[in-house]
Design a protein around this ligand. Structure first.
Ligand SMILES: [Fe+2]
Length: 449
């Protein structure tokens, strides 16, 4: 979507904003936010409430699509160990810091597995404002190096017929002292190992927090999956070259690959009649990481957990979210939450709040207390817009998931109203019966009191 630049654009923006209360679409670019950067008088929540409007659903979108097989070149490893793969960026709480994540080593699937030693490969990011390829592509050509840590997770199903999984080493490094709105070049990996560093990549930091300073484009995607439809979505996303990607949960659908995936078993309970728990096929996560790498290695991806990330493991399913927690870096400590299930960050003049719908959201709980403090800290002179996102919508007129999170709404909505949160994004609503449908409703709700 191109940015209008005239006062006509501002008027169009006002009209568009009024229409955003229930907007079914694949959505790239919340138009209000984009237009905000260039309009002098956009309605605020104080001008509302605005009448809701709904765009007619395109029934052609009801068609599902098959899973992309792991043999597809886009899902296959593009680097051999010890070289990094599945490289991904995430914003920190502010533009002067950024996370770089990647995977080394090979995941294993089977019955008797030996997890990798995560400390066997170092976690380094070499970076600077100038490309080092002209200097022989050597790590020491960059003026800065940051180090971090790595971890390995396992997804265990100690039941006959179900296979266990243990991941490659997942590395997370936080870069600090970056200049906002500046292009950086980097290589990640372990410089002490032959072939241990990635090729050079680059990213542009977000603009510093401040009124009148906004990311050029923001993509918001939910319920993505790893299907033919997903590839169309990601292609569309890449063509629009956003500065930031918000991923509002349900990322890979690895948890239902063996029961509904086009290339998995057609019937999980038929294939595993005695399985006491539904297996999540974790290699789909690795395929998804490779599939997304062309985007995520240059654009920050901000995730929040959805129901498909729960992935309960064996022993009664008491271990959950193992993949989500291990694979993604988010600014949890930087934003004072100390859990990856909810956090916040600034992107120019927008304060983003990512909430967890699958952890405690009661008004007596830790998340509510953190949210209250986070909202109190917002300075509207610095971040005039406050945007919140979580996976399942509080308002839903569709039969599926109807009022599923009414309790969360009752606990938290008043707090968001009181602090005049401007826009909410959610996913979860995959219209129709087709699994792996990636085009979803993302609600943009202008809170108004
Ligand atoms: Fe969902």
């Amino acid at each position: 979507m191109a940015l209008p630049t005239t006062s006509t654009a501002a008027a169009a923006g006002r009209r568009h904003c009024h229409r955003l209360l229930a907007l079914p679409m694949l959505l790239l670019v919340p138009s209000c936010l984009v237009l905000l950067a260039e309009a002098s008088r956009i309605p605020t929540t104080l001008d509302g409430p605005f009448p809701p409007a709904t765009r007619a659903f395109d029934r052609a979108l009801r068609r599902g699509s098959d899973d992309v097989p792991l043999t597809d070149p886009r899902l296959a490893p593009r680097a051999q160990p010890p070289a990094p793969e599945q490289i991904a960026l995430a914003a920190s709480a502010d533009a002067d810091s950024l996370w770089v994540s990647w995977v080394t080593g090979r995941a294993q699937v089977g019955s008797n597995l030996t997890p990798l030693d995560p400390a066997a490969v170092h976690s380094e990011v070499w970076y600077g404002e100038c490309s080092a390829t002209a200097a022989g592509n050597a790590a020491y050509s960059y003026p800065y190096v940051a180090t971090g840590s790595s971890e390995v997770y396992s997804q265990l199903y100690p039941y006959t017929g179900l296979l266990n999984y243990t991941s490659g080493a997942i590395h997370h490094v936080r870069l600090r002292g970056l200049r906002p709105a500046t292009r950086y070049y980097y290589r990640c990996g372990d410089s002490s190992l032959p072939g241990g560093l990635s090729d050079e990549r680059s990213f542009t930091t977000l603009p510093a927090a401040g009124a009148g300073s906004y990311p050029r484009r923001i993509a918001v995607v939910g319920d993505l999956g790893l299907t033919g439809n997903s590839t169309a979505t990601v292609d569309h996303l890449a063509q629009n070259d956003p500065s930031l990607v918000l991923m509002v949960g349900d990322m890979t659908y690895a948890n239902q690959y063996l029961s509904t995936g086009g290339k998995g078993v057609p019937c999980f309970s038929c294939s595993f009649p005695n399985a006491p728990i539904r297996e999540s096929y974790q290699p789909r996560w690795d395929g998804w990481g490779r599939f997304m790498e062309p985007i995520t290695s240059k654009i920050p991806l901000m995730v929040i957990e959805g129901n498909h990330e729960i992935e309960p493991q064996g022993h009664g399913g008491e271990v959950t979210f193992a993949s989500y927690l291990a694979r993604f870096a988010v600014p949890s400590k930087e934003s004072g939450s100390n859990t990856k299930f909810y956090y916040s960050f600034n992107a120019g003049g927008i304060h983003f709040i990512m909430l967890g719908a699958y952890v405690d959201y009661n008004h007596t709980g830790a998340q509510y207390s953190w949210l209250e403090k986070d909202l109190q800290r917002v300075d509207r002179r610095v971040t005039p817009w406050v945007v919140a996102a979580w996976h399942p919508p509080w308002y839903n007129s569709y039969s599926s998931h109807y009022q599923e999170f009414e309790c969360m709404r009752q606990e938290m909505e008043d707090l968001l109203y009181r602090h005049r949160v401007d826009i909410v994004f959610s996913g979860h609503m995959t219209l129709g019966n087709a699994p792996h449908q990636v085009i979803t409703i993302l609600k943009l709700v202008g809170f108004a009191i």
